[in-house]
Design a protein around this ligand. Structure first.
Ligand code: SF4
Length: 372
């Protein structure tokens, strides 16, 4: 299959692994931002191809995982209302809230429907004028244009029974938060190719310059990841910190200008809380004043509110790359994909789920020594 097979080619992957081995002279720690990249790294055993001096750590790039618990609780409260038809992508349905999840609410009679596009939710609103139709708008810059289009269409159709529960997050402020943390070990970033397909990569130039850190916009197949790592290692070994684009088949410097124009029309940048990390300034979208009538939090009086995370879950440390999933005491015991304690075990892009499905045999040094 074009654009897949050549990026899973074993011979090419091994050639990049060999080039990384030849180039590396000392230890380097590299973070992949996106959960899709984490999934590829774990599924295809990319780390086993790399020299021991290269450490890959997994970043906060799974939107389901970073959606704060109180937002899940708000979704559950709205979806439980008799007058609401609640719509969402499938991966949000199993994310545990404080007391239940959307799938359980559905089993108990809630009108919750899985959709494949936010425009399906707009269609449902047109077909069901007596119901309040709400779409759970979760995601990075990647999914934001489709959600913006849904709100834009709803306004164009004059729909008064459509709204979105908006939990959009933005990648560059999260990278900056990680880099400015005193605990950060990250020396290079693989940035998310799909986010940059929409937004371009100009926002990353000041980050690379300020923190003197190489950033490579990278795709999602094994050869993409290995080439991205090679580009980072070359910069690190040569003492450079530039933004480079490995994912040229999709990303242009300026991104997708019509999509960015629509985003600027429908959304405005706001502070946003990230699960396990806390509030990151200017790291999310909310609806702009012109479209504020489509905000489900306002419509159902759901603003504010705090929820308590499970004390067993160390998702915050996992999402910041400070711990790996198998270092969580609950991993594979109290927390499994069937009974997840935290969002990274639910989502297919979550680091904990990726380790559970593809790398459950990995043991921590303490476990190997028989301490745990
Ligand atoms: S394994 Fe489960 S409990 Fe541990 S960090 Fe991951 S989601 Fe949280």
């Amino acid at each position: 299959m074009r654009y897949v097979d050549e990026f899973r080619n074993e011979r090419v992957a091994k050639a990049y692994a060999e080039a990384i081995r030849r180039t590396t002279t000392r230890p380097w720690t590299i973070m992949e931002v996106c959960g899709g990249q984490t999934h590829t790294i774990v599924k295809f055993g990319i780390e086993s191809l790399l020299p021991e001096a290269i450490t890959l750590i997994h970043g906060p790039g799974c939107p389901v995982c970073v959606t704060p618990l109180e937002m899940i609780d708000k979704a559950i409260a709205i979806a439980s209302r008799k007058d609401v038809l609640f719509t969402s992508f499938g991966d949000m349905l199993r994310v545990p809230g404080s007391h239940t999840d959307l799938l359980t609410v559905k089993a108990q009679g809630g009108d919750i429907r899985m959709v494949y596009s936010p425009l399906d939710a707009v269609r449902l609103a047109r077909e069901n004028p007596s119901r309040q139709v709400v779409f759970f708008a979760v995601g990075f810059e990647t999914t934001a244009p489709a959600n913006a289009m849904a709100v834009f269409q709803a306004k164009r159709f004059g729909l008064s029974n459509f709204s979105i529960l908006c939990a959009h997050v933005l990648v560059p402020p999260a990278i900056e938060a990680i880099l400015s943390s005193a605990e950060s070990r990250v020396q290079g970033f693989l940035s998310a190719g799909h986010v940059c397909t929409v937004m371009g990569y100009e926002e990353y130039l000041p980050l690379a310059e300020t923190y003197r850190i190489p950033i490579v916009v990278t795709g999602f197949e094994p050869v993409d990841i290995l080439q991205g790592v090679y580009m980072i290692v070359r910069q690190l070994e040569e003492g450079r910190w530039e933004v480079e684009n490995q994912y040229r088949r999709s990303v242009r410097r300026e991104g997708n200008l019509p999509a960015r124009k629509l985003l600027a029309e429908v959304f405005e940048v706001s502070h946003r809380k990230w699960r396990g990390i806390g509030e990151i300034p200017c790291s999310g979208y909310r609806l702009s004043t012109k479209y504020a009538a489509y905000d489900a939090e306002q419509r159902f009086d759901m603003t504010g509110g705090e929820s308590e995370e499970s004390p067993l879950c160390i998702a915050g440390l996992v999402l910041q790359g400070l711990k790996k999933p198998h270092e969580c005491p609950a991993f594979g015991t109290h927390c499994t994909p069937e009974r997840p304690l935290g969002a990274p075990m639910v989502s297919s892009e979550g680091a904990c789920a990726a380790y559970y499905h593809f790398a459950r045999g990995i043991r921590t040094t303490r476990q190997a020594a028989g301490v745990e």
